[in-house]
Design a protein around this ligand. Sequence first.
Ligand code: PLP
Length: 485
Amino acid sequence: MDAEQLRENAHKMVDFIADYYKSIENFPVLSQVQPGYLHNLIPDSAPHHPESLQNVLDGYIDIQEKILPGVTHWQSPNYFAYYPSNSSVAGFLGEMLSAGLNIVGFSWITSPAATELEMIVLDWLAKLLKLPEDFLSSGQGGGVIQGTASEAVLVVLLAARDKALKRVGKNSLEKLVVYASDQTHSALQKACQIGGIHPQNFRVLKTDSSTNYSLSPDSLAEAISRDLTIGLIPFFLCATVGTTSSTAVDPLLALGNIAKSNGMWFHVDAAYAGSACICPEYRQYIDGVEEADSFNMNAHKWFLTNFDCSALWVKDRNTLIQSLSTNPEFLKNKASQANMVVDYKDWQIPLGRRFRSLKLWMVLRLYGLENLQGYIRNHIQLAKHFEGLVAQDLRFEVVTPRIFSLVCFRLLPPHNDEDHGNKLNHKLLDDINSTGKIFISHTVLSGKYILRFAVGAPLTEWRHVNAAWEVMQDKASALLARLSI
Ligand code: PLP
């Protein structure tokens, strides 16, 4: 690392990125390239001789002409697809510092600041979310930054599995049962596959519009009692606050009570909506988290922290450690041996880990709770505004009540011809996204193809939402006109 070379070129790169953000609205939000496009633009093999940095950077020809066309612009103010993945100056600076220090903080000794700052910052965030004290690092629990919500649910599933097997005997793996709703993210299914849960013991409980797609405690209780009568062992429940399709909120308190009375591990996935719970008026959606064994929210979704940063808290860190720890000779050190420190390698799948708490720390400090709350509330207001626009146009319907910053809606099929409703909305989605002006995504609820409009990009303002709605109305008008010919 040549410090002067870094200084000179990093300034150029920052200029490039700043210019990118200035002109981000000029790009088609959804990349319009075809599969394999890059093969024809980039040589088959790496260069034998070094290229000059100048060559790669000057004019950014390669980046401008080859890379950017293949980028979908998640930070565009016209990005409304899936859920957001936020960036901010604070998050960016933290990320930069983390890349600059480039430590690998698997054990406390490998960079004490990385472990200790992570513990402190996750305690800060737990307090902002008003999580129960059991989740704080001062007791038996604590927080850890995972890469993604998928890794978070995997590690707690493994911890819960091993805890259950300790109780019922190692040979009972085939009998362990996992419960979740049909709206639960597929990350749980993957965790079950990795965790060796028998595929027939993954209970996907049906939801419908009568509960706004939230999991009914009665259906959970019935499923558990059916399984108990045939000798199976219920051990894990995953509830979601803010499901991926429609932001459904599972009733944590009632579900948690059932899990507790059956000796099960209760995990709460609030990957997207958890961020909103720093606002007192949205905190109610995680009421009942007191019953949970683990809780997860993605700071990289809607909390201004650049990807990746998924915050996981557990009430009993020893369950994680018992499941995931290894102690090879080459990692032994005084602090670890004396049990004086947290070694985060034992709370996660990989050994190596980045100094990710820096970016969350930066976000929390440079915004402060007040501005973070304002940021969340603004997006929710924008979504509410969009919901109102949709409701005023009788050709459309809002499909589920909006809770946070996602609106689920669809174009009503002419003459109530539901057979064509799905095709119609699928076509509308393609027509909208192929304009490149905005990017939205879809889901299916009760067999109906639904359009999703998720507000959450940091640069999105009222004018972007209004313009997005115009694009959607124009495309709907054109589509309906074509149909009536
Ligand atoms: N859980 C929920 C509710 C989600 O919405 C998502 C992604 O959108 C995930 C889990 C998976 O997130 P990750 O990509 O962090 O694994």
